[in-house]
Design a protein around this ligand. Structure first.
Ligand SMILES: [Fe+2]
Ligand SMILES: [Fe+2]
Length: 405
């Protein structure tokens, strides 16, 4: 107990400043010592392209004694999981071997290179009892592996034992640090919620100068979140894309009126200027300490990239385009097609969906298009709920789309 007491003397003001009273503080430290090694809400990273596992594993963990407080963060892509690991520290990783893109061994090898990831237990799930694969898994840094179909009892036992070991090895001072970190995170989240409304309003303000008025921002936010959810992203990601998607065109504030508001087609030179709204938005937002604004920067930068590499500004190809950009590109385009703009009528649903299908794998990520098509009814509900009240445009310009002359 001596170490902890010394720690409270070293940093009590920080804790008090975060709103914990003296009694609460004592209770927190007592809990750390008295309720055993699992008090600190262990965090399990689950990387598996099968969405069924994302529900099954947390259910199994919650059923274990002392694991009620366990949290799970799920990924279907090794790249996204690795990005997350750069800023977070799980207590256990459960990793599928076979996945599209980065496989499980590559993920473990890369994750082991990160600071503080040396001691994090990692279990690999594999479909085949292949000795060579097991050898490679162990060499890459896996601590254990399980063969599919996984026996539930064996799975629970292995997870429980590795997680208990991990939690018992965390130094008491580390636990205090982690607790302080959690309190700080909570406080920051409250603060960020207060900023959400401001961000949404500012995004709307930037769109008032051009044709994207009305409820376009709201619809793009809702559709982007829906696509992200149905692609299997976690709640934090989906909530964040909901707030960041409206920032996709925020860089248009830097485009001169004579180009942004020009009726009709732009000249090639004007089009080049118009395209810089992606880099302007990115430059404004990218240095922020807020993850939300940094996601806004990524979206602003990448929402005009195309899956086949014909987009701008970087002509990125396929999954090299940030997933947030691929999602918002679909939401933004579909909403633009279905909406009335000063220069065009709304497309009918069949024409709009035919266009999106034609562009599957060309302009748009096939996975995003498939999810969008599967959930088109919900998207139409969003459209109805956030419908714009607009003057009808002339029937002489039915299917124009703004572009280069
Ligand atoms: Fe744009
Ligand atoms: Fe838009």
């Amino acid at each position: 107990m001596k170490n902890v007491c010394r720690q409270t003397l070293v940093c009590p003001r920080g804790m008090f400043a975060r709103g914990l009273s003296g009694t609460e503080l004592v209770a927190v430290f007592q809990k750390i010592y008295l309720s055993g090694c699992l008090y600190m809400n262990p965090l399990v990273l689950l990387l598996d392209d099968r969405k069924e596992s994302h529900e099954l594993v947390p259910r199994m963990l919650k059923g274990l004694p002392g694991m009620e407080a366990v949290r799970t963060v799920c990924f279907t892509s090794g790249r996204e999981a690795l990005d997350w690991c750069h800023h977070n520290e799980p207590d256990l990783c459960v990793v599928d071997f076979q996945m599209p893109g980065m496989d499980g061994i590559t993920f473990i090898t890369e994750a082991r290179k990160l600071p503080r990831f040396g001691g994090i237990p990692m279990i690999m799930l594999t479909g085949a009892a292949d000795n060579d694969l097991r050898q490679r898994a162990l060499m890459s840094g896996a601590n254990d592996f399980l063969t599919r179909p996984v026996d539930a009892e064996e799975f629970k036992t292995r997870l429980f034992s590795l997680l208990s070991l991990r939690m018992s090895l965390i130094d008491p001072l580390d636990r205090v640090e982690r607790l302080a970190h959690d309190v700080e995170l909570l406080e920051r989240q409250v603060l960020e919620r207060e900023h959400e409304q401001i961000i949404f309003k500012l995004s709307q303000l930037s769109s008032l100068r051009d044709e994207e008025t009305g409820y376009h921002m709201h619809r793009v936010a809702h559709i982007s979140r829906l696509i992200a959810q149905e692609m299997g992203h976690d709640d934090a990601f989906c909530d964040m894309i909901y707030l960041a998607a409206p920032m996709h065109d925020i860089g248009k504030v830097g485009i001169p009126d004579k180009i942004l508001l020009k009726p009709g087609k732009l000249t090639p030179d004007e089009w080049e200027v118009m395209k810089t709204h992606t880099t302007i938005g990115y430059d404004v937002l990218r240095d922020s300490s807020s993850p939300l604004l940094r996601m806004g920067a990524e979206i602003a930068h990448s929402h005009h990239e195309q899956y086949n590499g014909q987009g701008y500004p970087l002509r990125l190809v396929g999954e090299a385009i940030p997933v947030v950009g691929r999602i918002v590109a679909v939401a933004d385009e579909l909403d633009a097609l279905l909406s009335v703009r000063p220069y065009k009528q709304a497309w009918n649903l069949k024409d709009a969906l035919d266009h999106m299908r034609r562009e599957r794998g060309r302009h748009f990520d096939p996975a995003c298009i498939d999810v969008m098509l599967r959930h088109i009814d919900t998207i139409l509900d969003i459209h109805e709920k956030f419908a714009d009240v607009v003057e009808p445009v002339s029937s002489e310009t039915p299917f124009l789309k703004r572009g280069v002359a």
